[in-house]
Design a protein. Sequence first.
Lengths: 112, 114
Amino acid sequence: AQSVTQLGSHVSVSEGALVLLRCNYSSSVPPYLFWYVQYPNQGLQLLLKYTSAATLVKGINGFEAEFKKSETSFHLTKPSAHMSDAAEYFCAVLYGNNRLAFGKGNQVVVIP
Amino acid sequence: KAGVTQTPRYLIKTRGQQVTLSCSPISGHRSVSWYQQTPGQGLQFLFEYFSETQRNKGNFPGRFSGRQFSNSRSEMNVSTLELGDSALYLCASTPGQGSPDTQYFGPGTRLTVL
């Protein structure tokens, strides 16, 4: 079965510093992978997705992620953190018909 | 296009009661999926409907059920509520025509069971 692992429930980053959130997946088939962001009291917003095209995927708000099959990873990065990046981030893998398996999430805190 | 809407946004119920949550997908989307989000278990898939038929079901007891109408709007029902059902319930819609579809999420309904 497909699954996703996100380590480190809370991630603190200084404003202007690199944001790096790690995601490792387990999938028996070529995966379709997603990163979503959730702000307080809101639903999930798509940041970016990997669908077997380019391995480096650019998303909204300056985020990007690189798919590495050899490492079964899909880590999310942003070169310079902004205060508005404080939120919870979820990595997910698609399996079956419109069925997502999510990681536990990373709560990102941005320190001024 | 208007996004996914969910009503109500907040609900408070007591144990043993039942509750119905509603989800209106993006216009033209035919697939609606439901997820439960709790601090302990995270985001878990409940079920997915496409053209009024349940295509997928997660590992939840039979107290959790759903349906979809001909206009693609969906409802989920939880009967005999338990304290552990307190959660944020999210629905997501996709066109449902092919894979991989991006799921677009609504703001959620926060259910509190007392």
